[in-house]
Design a protein around this ligand. Sequence first.
Ligand code: ADP
Length: 194
Amino acid sequence: MRIVLLGAPGSGKGTQAALLQERLGLPHISTGVLLRKAVEDRTPLGQQANAIIDRGELVPDDVMLELIEQRLGEADAQKGFLLDGYPRNLSQAQSLDKLLERLGQPVDEAIQIDIDPESVIARIAKRAETEDRSDDTEDVVRNRMQVYEEQTAPVVGYYAERGLLTRVLGTGSIEEVLRLILSVLEIEHPGLTA
Ligand code: ADP
């Protein structure tokens, strides 16, 4: 089963993907995590991405496509995956479709976690107290939210047009949101979560 998770920064995508990974036995592929690891390891990709991430902007599409193509080619991704942080604009959505078509593994589900901007700001401020992410400062968070509105929000429509999108409310507790997502997957794929 191949699932794309969509949602604003701070919507809880990463948290839910980590829980879903355990429940569904699918790898959680987060481009944010992959990029931060590359930065930490000072790889050429990390050196290129570092300043871009710190401004809250998007790493170039060709770089991201190479990264995701490589990750999706690994053995654990052959049984399916939970994609978190990709695609982030329409061009990435088209590239992903082409790639997955070539691999004969199209996206089965896109799940959008809906949340209001005030909750996002509050959540990220809280996260900044415990996690040391250089892009969680207030100015950068605002920029990430703007980038999301302008570039990533249209991706929701892209999947809706293809009949693959379900929206879930992301304002409840972690357990409540997880239950909503599992019920969506169970309805569409009975038996999957049993
Ligand atoms: P969040 O969704 O909470 O903003 P992520 O961990 O998903 O955070 O991503 C952090 C940063 O990594 C983004 O602001 C962006 O700079 C970069 N990034 C992640 N995924 C992509 C992508 N698909 N395309 C371009 N840049 C990306």
